[in-house]
Design a protein around this ligand. Structure first.
Ligand SMILES: [Zn+2]
Length: 311
């Protein structure tokens, strides 16, 4: 376990009719972000928005002695990675007096959440009343906002570069080499990694959620603890427009990732996939001797394995 280089997670989340975009804006028409593939539009939630949701999920769960800064009015954060969980995990660009701009690349990479089904077939326009306009008579009045909403299954993933959590890159100018130097205790590093894993199970600060309640936590999730840093696991789930899983690819990717993984965790709730695919997935893991649990249990097991590991 001591030679772990990366943790990769990929998951699917089925949504009810909802709009998950960040930034409410002042417009009276709030659309869903979409990307086009072969002429068809699919919804997505940006990687930046997903990072925000994850960060806020972690922030909500902090204990009293843990610290996460909030960006100042210039959007700059504290930059103290030994003290600040936010700056350590999510990186920063900040100006330090006499030193200029300092940048830290985030050791936690979050992908956009990609809707797997076409938007046209699965969407609607909803009406919300927004009550924030103060008229000349100082009375609050509502105006109607049209919000595009859709159902879908979203695929999302994150990758944690374990060597860089709680560490800084030190450049040796003479030899032109880079050394990664830990700045905090190994136990604190592990607790920060655990917070990221646990945070995935508690994503909830999506925009519009004051009005539209939706669950965007994983309905199926695979987590690999890898001794090589690789994003390969992100290709695990491929569904066609009918929701049928590409089972051949599922097995191929899993076999490949298993070769450089110490541990793999998997959780799924029933009814996300069709019966045959669900059985296929469970059989694949059974063959590998991996117990399939619920997504929450898989996340808990993964987080826990970081505590129990011998130093
Ligand atoms: Zn900070």
């Amino acid at each position: 376990m001591n030679d772990l280089k990366g943790i990769s997670m990929v998951w699917l989340s089925e949504t009810d009719l909802t709009n998950l975009n960040a930034g409410e804006g002042e417009s009276n028409y709030i659309d869903v972000k979409k990307y086009k593939k072969d002429g068809t539009e699919y919804p997505y939630v940006s990687g930046q928005a997903m990072r925000f949701y994850l960060r806020e999920a972690i922030r909500r769960n902090l204990s009293e002695d843990e610290y996460m800064c909030v960006p100042d009015d210039k959007g700059e954060t504290c930059g103290d990675i030994s003290k600040c969980i936010n700056c350590d995990l999510f990186g920063f660009m900040t100006t330090v007096k006499g030193k200029g701009a300092i940048t830290r690349v985030s050791p936690v990479k979050v992908s956009p959440a990609i809707g797997l089904f076409s938007f046209d077939e699965n969407s609607n326009v909803d009406f919300l009343t927004r009550r924030h306009r103060i008229t000349e008579s100082s009375k609050m009045e509502g105006d109607i906002v049209n919000v595009e909403v859709g159902t879908n299954i979203y695929k999302d993933g994150i990758s944690i570069d374990l060597l860089r959590v709680g560490s800084e890159e030190i450049i040796d100018e003479d030899n032109r080499t880079v050394k990664i130097e830990p700045k905090i205790d190994k136990n604190i590093i592990n607790s920060r990694i655990q917070k990221v894993i646990e945070g995935i199970g508690f994503l909830s600060d999506y925009s519009k959620q004051a009005r539209l309640l939706t669950d965007f936590t994983p309905d199926a999730i695979a987590i690999s603890f890898q001794n090589r840093y690789s994003h390969r696991l992100q290709k695990l789930f491929e569904l066609n427009e009918e929701g049928k899983l590409n089972t051949e690819r599922f097995k191929q990717i899993l076999d490949e990732v298993e070769e450089y993984s110490d541990q793999i965790f998997f959780g799924i709730i029933s009814g996300l996939l069709n019966k045959e695919d669900e059985k296929f997935v469970k059989d694949v893991f059974k063959e590998k001797g991996i117990e399939v649990k619920t997504p929450k249990e898989a996340l808990d097991d993964a987080a826990l394995s970081l505590t129990t590991k011998p130093e």
